[in-house]
Design a protein around this ligand. Structure first.
Ligand SMILES: Cc1cc2nc3c(=O)[nH]c(=O)nc-3n(C[C@H](O)[C@H](O)[C@H](O)COP(=O)(O)O)c2cc1C
Length: 210
């Protein structure tokens, strides 16, 4: 199947059958998220992978009681940095220098520019920026799941403060941004399983300026 066939195959699964997804598929989905481009390469988020049924059970009631939370195989929580700090920015730039094995003046100037910009900003503004980066990785994970033949439910229908509390995210300088239950569709019990995919026509979405 081509990628587009797989994107047509996927849908926001409303019922999953509880079957376990092989770890190698999960690893490739997470790798796609890790490879996501992010603003200044900061990757300002972490992904929490939950297979623990007790924790899933605690999250379900604060996620609109959506059954896929507990019927999924793996529940991914994309958690963004609560703000940008000098330490966090420096860590990424130091890692880049270490991996590439050299320092570059232009890159160091860019580091200084970020250090003079982000940490001084309002934490909420920084979190919103960081969570946008998390969504890029989330989007790639959605596509990668489809590519692997794994069903997924992109999910904003949850109480982020409650999820942060359950997972102790605030203490780690993180805030939940978006969830992604992964598993396999339960076709018999999912009203959406065989519905035609609905998207705006290309003409309404794309403007070509020649
Ligand atoms: C960021 C985001 C949040 C969403 N939140 C939910 C959700 O909480 N529950 C749900 O069942 N679907 C959720 N959806 C699924 C969308 O409703 C769905 O992707 C959209 O209607 C397109 O349909 P399709 O994904 O089945 O093709 C969400 C999708 C995205 C991208």
């Amino acid at each position: 199947m081509e990628l587009l066939d797989k994107l047509n195959w996927r849908y926001a699964t409303k019922a999953m059958n509880g079957k376990t997804v092989d770890q190698d598929k999960i690893d490739r989905i997470l790798e796609a998220a890790r490879l996501a481009p992010t603003s200044s390469g900061l990757q300002p988020f972490e992904i929490i992978v939950i297979t623990n049924n007790d924790i899933k059970g605690q999250i379900k009631p604060v996620a609109w009681d959506q059954s896929v939370i507990t019927d999924s195989s793996h529940l991914l929580v994309f958690a963004a940095w609560d703000t940008y700090t000098a330490e966090r920015i420096n860590q990424v730039f130091d890692m880049t220098n270490s991996v590439r094995g050299y320092e570059n003046e232009g890159f160091e100037n860019y580091r200084q520019m970020l250090l003079n910009t982000y940490p001084q900003k309002d934490a909420e503004e920084n979190f919103i920026h960081a969570s946008k980066q998390a969504y890029i990785a989330f989007g790639l994970a959605v596509a990668a799941a489809a590519y692997e033949g794994v069903d997924a439910t992109p999910m904003e229908g949850f109480d982020p403060d409650a999820v942060d509390k359950i997972l102790g995210l605030r203490e780690k300088g993180l805030r939940s941004a978006v969830l992604l239950p992964l598993g396999y569709r339960d076709e018999d019990n999912d009203w959406l399983a065989n519905q035609v995919k609905v998207r705006k026509p290309k003409e309404q979405l794309v403007t070509v300026l020649d």
